[in-house]
Structures are given as C-alpha cells and as structure tokens.
Design a protein around this ligand. Structure first.
Ligand SMILES: [Zn+2]
Length: 452
C-alpha cells in the first residue's frame, strides 16, 4: 500500500490552498495536451495532483490518451510478447519452486460477516483524495467500471497474472485487520480496508498451492493471541501489519505477548516500514518508524520490514534529547547492521523502485552483499499496475536500470504488473552487481510455505 506515496503531499501547501478551481484548470490543460506532447508542461508531481481530483472526472479517456491508465491488456495481445532471451535471462539460476512474492494485497467488498470491506469514503466523491486512491487501485487491478462483484474480478485477474509465472512460483496474499482504538475495539470509521483472515485463507485454499496467505491480527484485540493460534492452525504463513492504517504502536509494551506468541508459532511479522499515505483520520505516521520494531526482535520474533522502510523521515528514537528527523531508510539500515538481529530481521523489496526514495538507497540495497541474505522480494500488487506513478525513466537516470532493459520490459506492466515487477527487479543492477537468487527464493522464510 505504499504505492500511492508518490502522490504524497500533493494536496498540501499551494494545491490545497488554492482549491479545486486551480486543479480543475490544471486537469483541463493536461487533457488538451496531445499525447505526443507528453506532459512537458507539468512536473509529475503537479500532474498527479490533477489526477487526484475526481471533481475533474470523467477523465478516463484523457488519462488513457496520455498513457496514464493501465490498459489491462492480456498476455499475448499485440505488443505484449516477452522477448524469449530476456525471459531466459530472468529465470536463469532461479528455482521457481522456491520463488515467492511475499507482498500481494487483496481487497474486496461483500455483505457477509466474513467478507472484505472498504470504507465507503473510498467510494465517495465527497472524499476526493480517498476516492482517487480507490480509482487508481481499481484500475491497477483491472476491475473495470461495474461496481458489482469486483471482489471476484480482483481474484480472477490476479490468478491470470500468477499463471504467467512458471509452475511452482507462489504468492503471499495479505489479510488486513482494521483500525483498533486503545480499547482494542474495531473502529470502522478509521478503517480504510478490511480483509478478514478467513477470506484470504479461502482464496489460498482454492488456488492449488499458487497462493499462500498471511493473517492480520491487531495486537490490542482482547482475542489477539487466540486469533494468532487459529491462523497458524488454519495454515497462515505470516502475519501482516500496516501500523499506520491499523493504529498499532509496534513499540508499545502491550505488543510483547503478541511478539512472544508469533515467535512461538514461527509466524514472521511483515510490518509496513516508512511513511504511509495519509488516509486515516488522526493516524500516527511514526508508527511506521523501523526503530519501533525492536521490541519484536527482542522477543525473538522474525520481522520483515516492508519496503525496507524506504519512504519518509522519522525522529531518531535512539537519541533521548533533541531528536533529529532522519530518513526512514537510514533507521532501517541501522537495525540491519545491528548484529543481534541477524537471521531475525529482513527487509522486503516491495515498492523500493518508486520515486521519492532516499537518494542512493536502491543502489545500496543492490550492492550491499552483507544484506542480501536478508532481502526478500515482494511486489506490493496492485501497486506496480498504477501506470501513472510507476515509471522506469528515473531508474535509468539513477543508473540502476539499463536503458535497453527498460525498453524490453515496459510493455509487460500493461498486461501483467506482477510479472513486470519481477522482471524489473531481476534486471536492476548497480555497477554490474545484481540481487542474487536468494532474494527471490523467499519461501524459506515463511511458515508452512508448501511441501517440497
Ligand atoms: Zn503494501
């Protein structure tokens, strides 16, 4: 869910101050550009601000003309043939049976108690920013315009995308618990998405081993430990948190019994690290500070910091007085370099290719041999399908992607964002160095990740 970070701050400052009129004008200007004049007038930041204004809808046709909407093509469509030499290079040295994408979001809506749920604000024009987020996600997941039954379409599209991987490759579907108050009770008004454990488990169960699932349990719940045990008994492979979305302070002493339980059950905790888009009323950004996860490590839990904490800045909690605000990635790096957590602390590579990352951080992730055994690939699907915020140009400019490779892989995003993210990560290089197979063969880290 870090995929929207590139839109961050767009409605702050001048944009918010000047209101809808200026943004409407900006969007109109964008639509009158010819598609051969690709947005030279606008910085990406300003363009995205316009995209985030549903008051200017319907813009769908305009976005498409500018190549900013996912066209939701299918494998084999004209222009979507994958270069066999590239495919051979990408899969050389990998055992597909060990390959696992450990960061795949699912979402949906239903009427039953076990169904997933989306806050109505995400679907309402009265909340333009939330609405724009939802629209971009829906387009990335190719849900189409029909609001009915989109849960089913979400899963069937995902299955088609997964089937383009070699047999044996697996994907970890993430449940997501809701926002809970200090009293340990669910607060739907502050919950953005809710994906119950049983919903994720059910999809995994019917997938023939393609999909695994991660439970999501809020640690302040009265029945938190019971739920963890039930999830483990039901075959969960990990536990997922997004502390900002869920209202969890990972450093709170009340989380310690939870950490001890997941350590006992062998369930790794995949916790969002870094800044998160501000969708929660009164949400606390600092809950994404990687240093807040130390108590989990102290209790012996395995911790996977999502996105390697790549986005945003946080106070340095290790300094008692006069705390400086430092890049989140530096705090993640500090934890990674603490010898005590070797073999326990990992970083996931989902969304590390997005703009807004700390300069040089991606090159460091690629070239730091010492970290390689502790880096795990994930896509943050449907994130890589958000065409408007995911470009390759910045990666080429940074020197981590060869222009020739960018040319060969860009079209994959339009028919299979999951595969696109994988190819992209396999192509990244810094001064000739690449991520080794172990970064992609991540099954070893999860609990109950299938036989063989
Ligand atoms: Zn995510």
């Amino acid at each position: 869910m870090v995929v929207f970070l590139r839109i961050r701050g767009l409605l702050s400052g001048t944009h918010r101050g000047k209101g809808k009129l200026a943004l409407r004008r900006m969007a109109r200007n964008i639509c009158t550009l010819s598609s051969r004049e690709p947005l030279r007038m606008f910085t990406r930041r300003r363009l995205l601000a316009a995209l985030a204004i549903p008051a200017t809808l319907p813009l769908g046709g305009c976005w498409e003309a500018l190549g900013l909407m996912n066209p939701c093509a299918n494998p084999g469509d004209p222009g979507h043939r994958i270069d066999p030499a590239l495919a051979a290079r990408v899969w050389t040295g990998l055992d597909p049976r060990q390959v696992l994408d450990l960061h795949v979001h699912i979402a949906g809506e239903g009427t039953g108690p076990g169904d997933p749920w989306v806050n109505p604000a995400m679907r309402s024009l009265a909340h333009p920013f939330s609405y724009a987020h939802f629209k971009l996600m829906a387009n990335a997941a190719c849900l189409g315009d029909d609001p009915a039954n989109w849960s089913r379409r979400y899963v069937s599209r995902l299955a088609v995308l997964a089937d383009e991987f070699p047999a044996g490759a697996r994907f970890l579907l993430l449940a997501l618990d809701g926002y809970h108050g200090e009293d340990g009770r669910l607060d739907r008004s502050r919950t953005i998405f809710l994906v119950p454990d049983d919903y994720a488990a059910g999809i995994a169960r019917n997938s023939g081993g393609r999909f695994l699932w991660a439970a999501s349990v809020h640690p302040y719940r009265e029945d938190a430990l019971e739920r963890l045990r039930a999830a483990a008994a039901n075959g969960a492979s990990a536990v997922k948190w997004i502390p900002y979305f869920m209202g969890i302070d990972p450093a709170s002493p009340r989380c310690r019994p939870f950490y001890r339980e997941i350590a006992k059950l062998g369930l790794p905790l995949i916790s969002h690290g870094g800044w998160q888009h501000e969708l929660v009323d009164g949400g606390v950004q600092d809950y994404g500070n990687p240093l807040r996860l130390r108590p989990a490590l102290e209790e012996g839990a395995t911790v996977i910091v999502s996105h390697c904490g790549m986005q945003g800045d946080f106070p340095d909690l290790d300094v008692a007085l006069g705390r400086k605000v430092v890049p989140s990635f530096s705090l993640f790096a500090r934890l990674m370099d603490e010898p005590a957590w070797r073999g326990k602390l990992y970083g996931d590579l989902s969304a590390v290719v997005l703009g807004g990352r700390q300069p040089g951080a991606l090159a460091r992730l690629i070239s730091n041999y010492d970290w390689h055994p502790r880096l795990l690939n994930g896509s943050d699907y449907p994130g890589p399908g958000i065409v408007a915020v995911m470009g390759l140009k910045g990666l080429v400019e940074e020197g981590v992607l060869a222009a020739k490779d960018a040319e060969r892989i860009w079209h994959i995003q339009k028919h299979n964002p999951l595969l696109f993210d994988f190819y992209l990560k396999r192509c990244l290089a810094w001064k000739g160095e690449r991520w080794p197979a172990s970064v992609f063969e991540t099954r070893r880290v999860l609990r109950n990740a299938g036989a063989d």
